[in-house]
Structures are given as C-alpha cells and as structure tokens.
Write a protein that binds this ligand. Structure first.
Ligand SMILES: N[C@@H](CCC(=O)N[C@@H](CS)C(=O)NCC(=O)O)C(=O)O
Length: 239
C-alpha cells in the first residue's frame, strides 16, 4: 500500500499536468497544493524542491499540511520521474507497461516527444520559431503511433507525456497566445486535427488523448487560457 502523496503543482504547467494525469489514472489518493509560479512561497525551494520548479511530490512521512512540509517525507521532482513513480506505486494502472518491450517503446516515444516535438513547439510559440520544424516533430511522433490506439497500444506514460503539451498548444493556437499570426495559428490547429489530411493518424490520437477521463478531470481550460494570456503575454511583451 503506497504511503501518502502530496503533489505540488500549477495548473498552467504542462510538466506538472503530467503528474496530475498519472495520479488521476492511478486513482491515487493524494493532497494537491497549487504553487503560484509568479509568487512562489518562500518555503517551497528550501523544503520541497531546490530547483524551485513544479511538479514535485512529498512522499510518506507524517500527516502534515502541504504548506508545512515535513523533513521526514521524501521529496522527488521531475515530471517524467514522477509519472513513473506513480506507475510503479500503482502497477495495475498500466502507466508503466508491464511488458519490457512496451515499456521500452513508451520510453522511446517520450524521448521523441521531449527532443523532437516540445522544443520546436516552444520555439514556434515563444520565439517565432519555424513552423516547418513543428510539422517535422508531428510527423515523427505520428510515425511512432500504431494504426489504432495509444502510443504503445494501451494508454501509458507515453501518452501522459505528450497530452499536456497538445492541450496547451490547442488553446494557444485557437486564442493566438504566442508569436504567431492569429490566422496562421488557427490553420495550424485545423491541419493538426484534420482526419483526412497528412496528419490524420495524429488527429485521431489527439481525439483519443483528450477523451481520456484522467485528462478531462485534471485540465481547467478556462483557467489555463486566462493565465497563459497574462503570463505568456507578459513574457512576450518584455522581448
Ligand atoms: N524538467 C522539469 C520542468 C519543470 C518546469 O520547467 N516547470 C516550470 C513551470 S512549467 C517551473 O516550475 N518553473 C519555475 C518558475 O516558473 O519559477 C520537469 O519535467 O518537471
């Protein structure tokens, strides 16, 4: 029986969202504490995560309030580490595939998402990066997908790794939050979700990811849209 889990998270953060989806998938009892990234509590870095980032988990230890973390709990950070931790604590969730080959495929998929999709998406959104690079990333991820179902067949950590980025890409493109032109942004999302187009398999995959209960239960689209408009708007205004 796993010990107590306290998740330090932020609704806007795609990395933190990975940990939230994993906990929801596993139906893992936990406490959740929202960290305001623009005004982080002074105890957060010294007592929970020296890198001062979300997500982080305090595991085990005495039953304390999240804003008074105990030195006796184990503190662990990094979204992908946390997703695997939840999967290992709750093996029946299938988050970490039991089959070694499926597990390796899931890790390979995550590697592709982290190196070939996320950096190009961020460059496009935040720094006028090349749209072509985003398409290359999508094409690569699409090439890893089986004909139907999730990244390795059954839903797993591979799917958890990409979902928060697609959800935020969607709202950023549809609300033109980024360094792109509004018309182009809307066309990009339409192309990505066109079931008869070049990315038809990817479009079906997006539908399947967004239909997952663990995603729906952990994504506050209205909140994230408004927060993105403020935070990313301010970041871009500084440039
Ligand atoms: N590699 C980390 C990245 C986490 C990360 O960058 N989190 C951001 C928010 S999305 C953060 O906490 N940044 C610190 C800050 O904004 O002060 C992970 O996968 O967990």
């Amino acid at each position: 029986m796993p010990e107590s889990i306290t998740l330090y998270s932020a609704k806007i953060c795609p990395y933190a969202h990975r940990a939230e989806i994993a906990l929801a998938e596993a139906k893992a009892p936990h406490k959740r504490f929202e960290i305001d990234l623009s005004n982080k509590p002074e105890w957060y870095a010294p007592k929970v995560n020296p890198a001062s980032k979300v997500p982080a988990i305090a595991y085990g230890g005495p039953d304390v309030a999240p804003d008074a973390p105990s030195p006796e709990s184990t503190k662990i950070a990094e979204s992908l580490v946390l997703v695997e931790l939840v999967g290992d604590l709750y093996p029946a969730s299938g988050i970490v595939p039991a089959d070694p080959i499926a597990r390796a495929q899931a890790r390979f998929f995550i590697e592709g998402v982290s190196t070939k999709f996320v950096p190009h998406w961020y460059a496009y959104q935040m720094r006028n990066g090349a749209l072509d690079d985003v398409w290359k990333g999508v094409e690569y991820v699409q090439s890893l997908l089986p004909p139907t179902g999730f990244a390795t067949g059954e839903y797993s950590m591979a799917d958890i790794a990409i979902t928060p980025f697609l959800a935020r890409a969607r709202l950023s493109l549809l609300n033109s939050i980024g360094t792109f032109q509004p018309d182009e942004a809307k066309t990009v999302w339409a192309t990505l979700t066109d079931k008869n187009g070049k990315y038809a398999r990817f479009a079906q995959y997006i539908d399947d990811l967004f239909a997952r209960e663990s995603f729906k239960a952990t994504f506050d689209e209205a909140f994230v849209t408004e927060a993105f408009q403020k935070r990313i708007g301010a970041m871009l205004a500084k440039k």
